[in-house]
Design a protein around this ligand. Structure first.
Ligand code: MG
Length: 120
């Protein structure tokens, strides 16, 4: 991951939190709406894939695969912002979760390799 990625994510998280604070939303309301935003972006990614595959005869090929890539990136970014809004240790927490998930799918020698990887 690019070294500035989490700096940007945390800056976005602060911006959205300030906006929601100004609207007098409670912390849990803010977290709830941010998680719903992930679902919104997931829907947009689904819509792009449906459009790229041309499965809706009424709409045809309304999207390309680049649109799907863009929307999948939106899902990732929105999820990272959500995590940053919910946890001050978001980067370390995500890394820990990634290691735990990877260990379930990768042979032990790969899991050991990744567990020694530094956060960047
Ligand atoms: Mg989007």
């Amino acid at each position: 991951m690019h070294s500035h990625t989490w700096d940007i994510v945390e800056t976005l998280a602060r911006r959205f939190t300030e906006h929601d604070d100004a609207r007098d939303l409670s912390l849990h309301e803010q977290w709830t709406l941010q998680v719903l935003k992930i679902a919104e972006e997931t829907g947009e990614a689904s819509q792009a894939v449906i459009g790229a595959r041309g499965t809706n005869p009424r709409k045809g090929n309304s999207h390309g695969w680049q649109d799907a890539h863009d929307e999948v990136a939106d899902v990732v970014i929105t999820a990272m912002v959500a995590l940053a809004r919910m946890r001050p240790d978001a980067a370390a927490y995500l890394h820990q979760q990634l290691e735990a998930k990877a260990a379930k799918f990768l042979p032990a020698d790969h899991a050991v390799l990744f567990s020694s990887t530094e956060l960047s």
